[in-house]
Design a protein around this ligand. Sequence first.
Ligand code: 0VR
Length: 266
Amino acid sequence: MLAKRIIPCLDVMGGRVMKGTHFVGLKDAGDPVEQAKRYNMDGADELVFLDITASNEGRRTLYSLVRDVARGLDIPFTVGGGIRTVEDVREVLRNGADKTSLNTAAVEHPERITEIAEVFGVQCVVVAIDAKRRHEERSDRRVIQNSEAPFWFEVYTHGGTKATGIDAISWATRAEELGAGELLVTSMDRDGTKEGYDNILYREISEAVGVPVIASGGAGEPKHFLEAFTEGRADAALAASVFHYDSYPVSVVKEYLRRNGVEVRT
Ligand code: 0VR
């Protein structure tokens, strides 16, 4: 089995790292270049940079900032937010990214996933899925039956502002068929709450696809990472708040995982 990856995420707005809860109430959480260097030194396996307002503002990603962040890194670097075309991908790769993540453009133009994978390879294409639990009845959706009321997972685009009616599990399998090399799945219900990952979401998707699944949203302590790998069967775990505010540095999380039998890189 491959080693599990720990991935800090920089949600960037106006050139600063921002962090909120459930995708709203964003507050300043530091300088992206400084944060990136700190995570690189502290043993992060990869770094994700999301320009979280780009799709909503209809503009492209902040290329110069991407370049400055990339300079301080020697780990794989994924850039997302506002990536729409093959040319956008070329530009972020030219500025130091190793992979790109697409959410809004992938939902609006699914053929882009294939186009980008054909030009740059599937290892470059991360499809980001922002999902939220919905409790109303929909017979055409993958309904999850557990001890609580039944629910399904709906895909959101435009930085969490637009509900699409699309079932997240079906979308995950379609994205894989189209050429996604990896899926970054964010639980909007858990984002910023520090209550733990929505492991039902990751387990459902991990069982439905063959590509690696990155769990995102809700990490608050080392135990949550362990649960994402055991209960959620995720391949990697991404987190923001828990690292930004230094509650638990990456190295501490990795040491905890190692002690609990999870293989992680040093
Ligand atoms: P934590 O729960 O603090 O670890 O956050 C993980 C993850 O949810 C966030 O880093 C991030 O990817 C959420 N994303 C977006 C956003 C937040 C606000 C507005 C937009 C977006 O488009 O991804």
